[in-house]
Design a protein around this ligand. Sequence first.
Ligand code: HEC
Ligand code: HEC
Ligand code: HEC
Length: 139
Amino acid sequence: MKKLLMLMVLGVFLLTGALLWASGDGQEQEEYDEDTYGPKDPIIWVKPVKSVVFEHKVHTMQGGLECDSCHDDLFEMEAGVAEENEDFTMKTLYEGGYCGACHDGSTAFASNTRCTACHIGARGQARLLGADGATEKTH
Ligand code: HEC
Ligand code: HEC
Ligand code: HEC
């Protein structure tokens, strides 16, 4: 009886160890590398309208895009530059500028569809900054 108990205790020990080891390993693989994929925090513009989001992760890690498909022809490597431009509008996007270079319905979904994929609104912004623990970075 005692032996059986010992075996059970040992079993639980081994199982816990294996689970901890497995989860630790998994986390390492999930780690987002900013050198490889660009800044981790989402970039959020509030001009001319609140709030439009851009995430490097979606484009580089998931979409497989290289840095130079956007930098520096379409965007500077500095958050908040584009929104200082007068022409950072839907009209320019529809004409193939900025995001519209790809969001044209062939490389990626068109800029005149799925408004809320890019426009997350003030509430979406609050949710994103809160939930992800991202630093407050609004431009
Ligand atoms: C699909 C387009 C796209 C790709 C691909 C892309 N970026 Fe960016 N990146 C942007 C945009 C948009 C901004 C914000 C520019 C602005 O606000 O004017 C930005 C901003 C940045 C910034 C400045 C962030 C800050 O907080 O000031 C850095 C650094 C950067 N990118 C690095 C990279 C690196 C490194 C890669 C490749 C691994 C990359 N980017 C790939 C679109 C892209
Ligand atoms: C160099 C090409 C390129 C540029 C420039 C680009 N995107 Fe994308 N974007 C993609 C691709 C490819 C995908 C993934 C395929 C798709 O969803 O159609 C994507 C996906 C997205 C998604 C994910 C939608 C979802 O499925 O949840 C959002 C949001 C987005 N882009 C916003 C932007 C914004 C905002 C800009 C401009 C600041 C931008 N993108 C500029 C190529 C680009
Ligand atoms: C691919 C991303 C993307 C999609 C999809 C998108 N927008 Fe935009 N939108 C932007 C960006 C980037 C700006 C400029 C930054 C800002 O205003 O914060 C902008 C700005 C705007 C503006 C203010 C400037 C202007 O053009 O008057 C309006 C209004 C707007 N969008 C409406 C819409 C509507 C309506 C839809 C859907 C039919 C839509 N957008 C879809 C990215 C997008």
